[in-house]
Design a protein around this ligand. Structure first.
Ligand SMILES: *[C@@H]1O[C@H](CO)[C@@H](O)[C@H](O)[C@H]1NC(C)=O
Ligand SMILES: *[C@@H]1O[C@H](CO)[C@@H](O)[C@H](O)[C@H]1NC(C)=O
Ligand SMILES: *[C@@H]1O[C@H](CO)[C@@H](O)[C@H](O)[C@H]1NC(C)=O
Ligand SMILES: *[C@@H]1O[C@H](CO)[C@@H](O)[C@H](O)[C@H]1NC(C)=O
Ligand SMILES: *[C@@H]1O[C@H](CO)[C@@H](O)[C@H](O)[C@H]1NC(C)=O
Ligand SMILES: *[C@@H]1O[C@H](CO)[C@@H](O)[C@H](O)[C@H]1NC(C)=O
Length: 555
């Protein structure tokens, strides 16, 4: 009875509907993508709304749910959303990037169908097309644990669970920003920072974002969907107990503030145990020249008296602080995973590495215009998604595999080739990927389709001897990693998810100007046990638009 009421309420409130049969439940969402005008920094500007909302609605799911999102593109440009951190097992068709999908054309709709299989955690979605992320259309996506799986902390009550989306912001529209990049320039410094779409006032008069009941513990889900700026997040007068990051339960350290690099998410617990009055949430920029930019938002205590103190907690300075914080993040080896087994039961430190991939970033001019590259190759998307070309059996008509070497020379990379960057990798290989940053800025990398172990982030240049320093015990299994200036990061992962998967700089101007590649984890068996067929509702584009559909995969 209770569940029937819940279904009914969900229909009314969230536009979502749950059906419970033998198969995993479904959640349905219908999203209308439109332009709108709002003034996050006091200047009216064009943004992208989802069902009239900025940021977009939260997807609230539970492990193994089928998530159905029917996206109506009512802006005047081709559009896609990507679901950051959702692994899409066997299903790169739904990943929402131009290498594996044709975009949703203006005036049309596409229904994403994906399962949040064997995952838990705090995630987000954002647009992957044409700098649309600069205009909004991002939001939270959480995956709750199934009730049968124990969680290593007392779960806050249902409504005590908040998203805090923090991001840098420009007052120019996404098309103006795109023009800057197309003309060979950079985006330069953003104009401000937002918390859930607002920059906040520091006169203590704003409307509170959340109201806390004294004594209760709340979960804050903090994500940075921004374009390029690492942000430090803190709560005046309160500590944060980190419980989960990017899909893993972690050792529960207590932090006064957290550096959230672009594309990253954390779940923290916050106890309302202070004097009952108002407090500020603060998100401030890191690693930018000059004074940090910041956004504030108020939280208040129910029945509380008194405004927030105007004295805002200060953020940290320098990137060494951030590196040290990274080193405190540890996987909780005894906590349950999304399946009824401990997280640490997979001993990644004992597996032999089959291959080492080195990805060296560079920024260079090509024909007088700025491009960003990996190992000297700056990616461009062909009009036929490479995954479609492969599936239809005509890859050679669209791209060449392996134009980029995975063992770049030690010298500084000065030459840049603009090409479609697809690496053929071997299904089930256990590999090591080294991200090398010889530049002066902090980077943030994202791997779609997999979780990896972030075993080291260190200053200097990587050499094989550095493997001695890897954390082979309790590195966090996650899907992003930051690399500090003149530093490197090492990750370990198994290519156990067939499909074509995007590896990209999360810094959107870098992604847009070529700092990304795809790995093709090809399953030669063409079996449904390994990969799903191209969905029937997928739009087709490029040279495959008029080709007959290939024979479906076998059982
Ligand atoms: C989407 O919003 C636009 C603008 O408000 C409206 O004209 C259109 O009918 C809506 N479409 C759907 C499918 O709701
Ligand atoms: C577009 O939306 C309609 C429902 O309004 C749905 O029947 C159709 O399958 C959707 N198209 C795609 C390609 O998902
Ligand atoms: C790890 O998880 C276990 C099992 O839920 C829990 O008892 C323990 O307190 C957690 N350890 C830390 C250090 O957070
Ligand atoms: C989100 O889903 C969880 C688990 O089903 C539920 O307990 C909670 O009430 C939901 N929250 C919202 C805001 O719908
Ligand atoms: C890993 O490599 C070592 C040395 O080459 C070898 O002795 C060992 O059997 C390998 N382990 C596995 C699990 O393949
Ligand atoms: C990809 O690599 C595998 C071996 O790892 C090889 O058998 C296959 O032919 C390669 N495919 C292409 C298209 O290069």
């Amino acid at each position: 009875m209770a569940s029937a009421v819940l279904v009914f309420l969900l229909c009314l409130t969230a536009g979502a509907l749950t059906t419970v049969h033998g198969e995993d439940p479904y959640l349905f969402y219908t999203w209308n993508i439109t332009y709108g005008t709002i003034s996050p920094l006091g200047v009216p500007q064009q943004v992208i709304l989802i069902n009239g909302q900025f940021p977009g609605p939260t997807i609230n799911s539970t492990t193994n749910n089928n998530v159905i999102v029917n996206v109506f593109n009512n802006i005047d440009e081709p559009f896609l959303l990507t679901w950051s951190g959702i692994q899409h097992r066997k299903n790169s068709w739904q990943d929402g990037v131009l290498g594996t999908m044709c975009p949703i054309l203006p005036g049309t709709n596409y229904t994403y169908h994906f399962q949040v299989k064997d995952q838990i955690g705090t995630y987000m979605y954002y647009p992957s097309t044409a700098l649309h992320r600069a205009a909004g259309a991002f939001g939270g996506l959480n995956v709750h644990s199934r009730s049968v799986i124990p969680i290593p902390y007392t779960l806050p009550l249902e409504n005590d669970d908040f998203y805090v989306l923090i991001n840098d912001w420009y007052t120019k529209s996404h098309s103006e920003l795109r023009k800057l990049l197309d003309s060979g320039r950079t985006l330069a410094r953003p104009q401000g920072v937002l918390i859930n779409g607002q920059s906040g006032k520091t006169d203590g008069k704003g409307k509170p974002l959340f109201t806390l009941k004294p004594g209760r513990t709340y979960k804050f889900r903090i994500c940075n969907p921004g374009l390029r700026t690492t942000l430090n997040f803190r709560i005046q007068g309160h500590n944060m107990k980190l419980v989960e990051m990017e899909g893993s339960h972690v050792v529960q350290n207590v932090y006064k503030s957290l550096d959230v690099h672009v594309g990253q998410c954390y779940s923290v617990l916050v106890k309302a145990d202070q004097e009952p009055k108002d407090y500020y949430l603060v998100a401030s920029s890191r690693f930018l020249k000059g004074e940090p930019m910041m956004a504030t938002a108020l939280i208040s205590y129910e029945g509380g008296k008194g405004p927030a103190s105007p004295e805002l907690p200060k953020g940290p300075v320098g990137w060494a602080w951030s590196l040290n914080q990274f080193r405190t993040f540890r996987w909780n080896l005894t906590a349950s995973a999304a399946r009824p087994n401990p997280q640490g039961s997979y001993h990644y430190g004992e597996i032999n590495i089959t291959q080492t991939y080195k990805f060296v970033s560079s920024a260079n001019k090509v024909d007088g215009k700025l491009r960003y590259a990996i190992n000297g190759v700056s990616h461009v998307n062909p009009t036929t998604p490479p995954k479609f070309a492969e599936y239809f059996g005509v890859p050679e008509k669209v791209f060449k595999y392996d134009v980029m070497s995975i063992t770049p020379p030690a010298e500084k990379i000065t030459k840049v080739t603009v090409d479609t960057n697809i690496r053929n990798v071997t299904f089930h290989d256990f590999v090591e990927v080294i991200f090398e940053n010889h530049e002066n800025t902090v980077q943030s990398w994202k791997v779609d389709g997999f979780s990896f172990f972030a075993v080291a982030v260190e200053p200097g240049t990587w050499t094989p001897e550095k493997r001695k320093n890897y954390n082979l015990q309790d590195a966090v299994s996650r899907h992003t990693v930051q690399v500090f200036p003149k530093s490197w990061a090492a990750i370990l992962l198994t290519f156990d998810n067939a499909g074509m998967w995007n590896i990209r700089s999360e810094l959107t101007e870098r992604t847009y100007l070529g700092q990304q590649l795809y790995i093709s984890v090809y399953s030669p068996r063409r079996s449904l046990k390994e990969e799903y067929n191209l969905p029937d509702n997928s739009p087709l584009c490029g040279i495959v638009a008029d080709m007959p559909k290939p024979k479906p995969y076998n059982q």
